[in-house]
Design a protein around this ligand. Structure first.
Ligand SMILES: Nc1nc2c(ncn2[C@@H]2O[C@H](COP(=O)(O)OP(=O)(O)OP(=O)(O)O)[C@@H](O)[C@H]2O)c(=O)[nH]1
Ligand SMILES: [Mg+2]
Ligand SMILES: [Zn+2]
Length: 307
């Protein structure tokens, strides 16, 4: 290979990037100029590289191609889908975190799917969660450790031909899902996870894997990512929140006030839906909570600017 080649970042750890390009993997560093420019490539980024040693498989990343989209958490770029994975019962599902992840996905233009894993723990709880999100996102109830099922096949069919990032709390089964999709090829290498003191494997870095085999018919990629339990909605303005709730923006224009925040104004169509039991109350209450949080943050930003 000579001149500049195109590749995709599989993972980046401590300034060293693994890049897949033209059928092989290169270990790369960044050219100083990008480092200085403040752009740090992330998993899923398309990059241009110059090979420094073909035999050793080393190269330098010259620049990062413009991104189609990017997510702050998990830190990735150019993904088609984000699969938000939660467990039916354990670890206890954090639905506020799930809501925030949905908001960030929709805001970034990435299509979310909700995967409720570990249905074997509590099938009823899984169904109850799915009901809350019925109008918000497509939902799959699976049991990754329970083998081949129709629901698993339905989930895999919706990520066929896509680049999908698996995201969610630690221990919900993201790596287990990746492992099924890759026939165990990656888990066994131990490269993606580390054993914790309690003997569990926990993922340390976002890493992209090609997927092929019986579950997908087209070239597909999956990014496994470390679990997390905290997420900030960043500098989002409260007025942008309704646009990130399908069950709210599907009814835009129906409220008495055009700029209705749907948090208690008179003549609000959305709260009417809640009263009639058509918008699940717990999800609506979390919406109001997030709205108030964003309002508070906006006030603080304003105060800081003034002071
Ligand atoms: N009961 C049950 N356990 C499961 C299921 N899927 C995965 N597990 C178990 O849940 C534990 C955690 O699974 P992982 O795949 O490592 O979870 P993870 O989301 O990758 O966790 P992090 O890497 O820490 O973010 C493992 O012991 C799995 O065997 C399931 O469907 N049912
Ligand atoms: Mg993992
Ligand atoms: Zn309203």
């Amino acid at each position: 290979m000579s001149g500049e080649a195109r590749g995709i970042i599989l993972k980046g750890v401590g300034g060293l990037y693994s890049v897949y390009s033209e059928g092989r993997q290169y270990e790369c560093r960044l050219r100083g100029s990008i480092r200085l420019g403040g752009i740090s490539p992330v998993t899923g980024d398309e990059v241009f590289l110059s090979v420094t040693d073909e035999h050793a498989g080393t190269a330098v990343i010259d620049r990062v191609a413009p991104r189609r989209n990017s997510l702050v958490r998990p830190k990735t770029a150019n993904v088609d889908r984000i699969a938000l994975v939660i467990a039916a019962a354990s670890p206890a599902p954090d639905l506020l975190l799930t809501d925030k992840l949905l908001v960030t996905a929709i805001n970034a233009g990435v299509e979310p799917v909700l995967v409720i894993n570990k249905a074997d723990q509590d099938e009823n709880a899984a169904r109850g969660i799915a009901l809350q999100y019925k109008e918000a996102v497509s939902c799959h109830i699976i049991s990754a450790s329970g083998g081949d099922t129709a629901s698993m096949a339905a989930f895999f069919a919706c990520i066929d031909g896509m680049t999908t990032v698996l995201a969610g709390q630690s221990g919900v089964g993201k790596s287990t899902i990746l492992n099924i999709l890759t026939d165990g090829a990656f888990m066994s290498t131990g490269s993606i996870s580390e054993k914790t003191l309690r003997g569990r494997h926990t993922t340390r870095h976002a890493e992209l894997f090609p997927v092929s085999g019986k579950y997908v018919s087209k070239p597909s990629f999956v990014i496994d990512s470390p679990g997390f339990s905290l997420l900030e909605l960043g500098g989002m303005e409260p007025r942008h929140l309704p646009g990130c709730y399908p069950e709210v923006y599907n009814y835009r224009g129906e409220c008495r006030f055009q700029d209705c925040s749907h948090t208690g104004e008179p003549g609000c169509f959305v709260t009417g839906l809640v009263e009639k039991g058509l918008f699940p109350r717990p999800r609506y209450e979390r919406y109001v909570k997030l709205y108030r949080e964003l309002e508070e943050k906006e006030k603080n930003r304003y105060r800081n600017r003034k002071g």
